[in-house]
Design a protein around this ligand. Structure first.
Ligand code: SAM
Length: 236
């Protein structure tokens, strides 16, 4: 059974009201604005066509992409999260756990992937598989854990087993330990460069005082939680 199904309550926070669900507050308030600023720079209006959210979880960012004017496909391997993502999205958004269907939906102008790559062991193969789904001049943007944030939290209730190693565990719910592969911006740059893709955006958005006054996080927040990078292939 896919481990992520056991975390459906955390990643499928109901967002039917227009409020920010507590369980996704750091993602929505800290990572999203950085990702959206990059999307706004790259897509100024008419070119907001097809977007794929790879590892869409409960589908909150699919809904945001739809509101931003994209035709959206959300793909995730976990069946229970896919069900939740369907409930969280309007009918016009396609949510699937079939990679073949996500690939068939055509060449995308934008691929987003928020907090997914660090859970994939063979990330090079995955990146090699998904970048051909982009149009020439398409953009891929992703968020992963900032390695300094993992280091700061490496012996906490949530993160364990890193001990200077490249992988360890994240335990958001007692008994459900998910393996995390801690990679740096240089690691991702090396992979994308190998396939001829160049970095066009890099950000480590910090926790703001306003956010920390409002939300309690179950980990230390001195270091930015997210590493956000975007790549393009200008040679296509
Ligand atoms: C931390 S959740 C993030 C979900 C969502 N992107 C968000 O920001 O809330 C990680 C997601 O990655 C998905 N995932 C993990 N490995 C994957 C893979 N190889 N292919 C597609 N999705 C994957 C999981 O099913 C889970 O929904």
């Amino acid at each position: 059974m896919n481990q992520w199904n056991q975390l459906t309550d955390i990643f499928s926070c109901n967002c039917s009201e227009n409020t920010i669900p507590e369980c996704a507050a750091d993602n929505i308030c800290i990572a999203w604005p950085s990702i959206i600023s990059c999307i706004d720079q790259a897509f100024t209006g008419q070119n907001r066509r097809k977007a794929l959210d790879f590892g869409c979880g409960g589908g909150l960012f699919c809904r945001k992409l739809y509101e931003l004017g994209f035709t959206v496909t959300g793909y995730d391997q976990a069946e229970e999260l896919v069900k939740a993502a369907r409930l969280n999205n309007p009918e016009g958004v396609t949510i699937t756990n079939s990679y073949a269907m996500a690939a068939e939906n055509g060449k995308y102008d934008l691929i987003t992937s928020i907090m997914v790559f660090q859970f994939i062991a063979d990330i090079e193969t995955t990146i090699q598989k998904i970048i051909p789904l982009l149009q020439p001049n398409g953009l891929i943007i992703f968020a992963v854990f900032n390695p300094e944030f993992i280091e700061e939290n490496s012996d906490s209730e949530v993160f364990s087993g890193f001990n200077q190693k490249q992988s360890g565990y994240m335990e958001l719910k007692k008994g459900v330990k998910v393996e995390v592969y801690n990679r740096t911006e240089a690691d991702y740059r090396t992979i994308f460069n190998k396939f001829g893709w160049q970095e066009v955006f890099l950000d480590y958005p910090a926790f703001t005082e306003e956010f920390l006054a409002r939300y309690q996080m179950p980990f230390a927040t001195n270091k930015p939680e997210y590493l956000i990078q975007a790549f393009k292939n200008n040679n296509l």
